[in-house]
Design a binder for this molecule. Structure first.
Ligand SMILES: Nc1ncnc2c1ncn2[C@@H]1O[C@H](COP(=O)(O)OP(=O)(O)OP(=O)(O)O)[C@@H](O)[C@H]1O
Length: 274
């Protein structure tokens, strides 16, 4: 097993245009016989300015990977960098600041504040940080997401798709280096889901953002530039320029190899690159 993060002095990131990186990332939950190894020495590079999807069977470690890369969860061993900054070993306060300044989050439940209107929800993370939004960027995000005429509405007055777009704008407004989206289309009908995927795609293509999206949906993954496949806490494959068909086929093979018990995964193919 790699050395625990606490034994490393934070160091510079391995070279490369990466928004996030991990080496030997290991996460175990529980202790003794009930230990669950959610991530098993994962090496991963998240390329800057690209849309990466993370797929895998239920329990394969997708959310854990995202949470550890985003500094929302501690690691059991290994090292994680956000941009050039190693986050393993950072103190809570430094980590909170780094997350606030450099990472945006979108979750399946949109986590909008019901008593605030759309604009207030969008700017809330900046308000909390005591920062003012850049008006030109805010205008561009709101325009790109088609929210201009909805800014005064409260969440209850918006459709599911519009609420998710507000959550998307909130993730974008601080111009984060990296946006993590956990099943962002999970609660939406297919039309609204497509809309949100289109906006995430646009955030990458038009606004130059980096997006990492966890999804179960091959159709959603097909909007990404590359898909990482997880099984039993390991990255077992990746696919460039995915199509829904190819992703579906790959997922079926993953499920077949794992078998119904999920006890054995396909052989790991070594460190993930680029
Ligand atoms: N807080 C926790 N305590 C104990 N075990 C946990 C905890 N969180 C996750 N796990 C376990 O770690 C493993 C990976 O969980 P994770 O949520 O990352 O999987 P996932 O691929 O995102 O699953 P799903 O697709 O079902 O959301 C699972 O076996 C899960 O039961």
């Amino acid at each position: 097993m790699p050395r625990p993060a606490a034994e490393h002095a934070p160091g510079p990131a391995p070279a490369g245009p990466f928004a996030a990186r991990a080496r030997g990332l290991t996460k175990a939950y529980g202790a003794g016989e009930t230990t669950v190894l959610a991530l098993d020495a994962v090496d991963v590079d998240i390329a800057r300015g690209r849309f990466t999807a993370v797929m895998g069977p239920s329990g394969s470690g997708k959310s854990t990977l995202m949470h550890c890369l985003a500094g929302l969860d501690t690691v059991s061993a290994g090292r994680v960098w956000l941009g050039e900054t190693e986050i393993t070993g950072l103190k809570d306060r430094e980590l909170t600041r780094l997350r606030r300044d450099r990472v945006g989050f979108m979750f399946q439940s949109f986590n909008l504040v019901p008593t605030l209107n759309a604009l207030e929800n969008i700017t809330l993370p900046l308000d909390i940080a005591g920062r003012r939004p850049d008006p030109r960027w805010l205008d561009r995000v709101v325009g790109t997401l088609g929210l201009r005429d909805r800014l005064g509405h409260r969440p209850a007055q918006l459709s599911g798709g519009q609420q998710q777009r507000v959550a998307c704008a909130r993730a974008l407004v601080s111009r984060p280096e990296l946006i993590f989206a956990d099943e962002p289309t999970g609660n939406l009908d297919s039309r609204a889901g497509l809309e949100v995927l289109g906006f995430l795609r646009g955030a990458v293509d038009d606004l130059g953002q980096t997006v990492v999206m966890v999804t179960h949906d091959p159709g959603a993954a097909a909007h990404s530039d590359a898909v990482l496949f997880l099984a039993d806490g390991r990255i077992v494959d990746r696919m460039e320029r995915p199509t829904a068909r190819a992703v579906l086929d790959r997922m079926k093979r993953l499920d077949t190899v794992r078998g119904p018990s999920g006890a054995s995964g396909p052989p790991a193919r070594g460190p993930e690159r680029g």
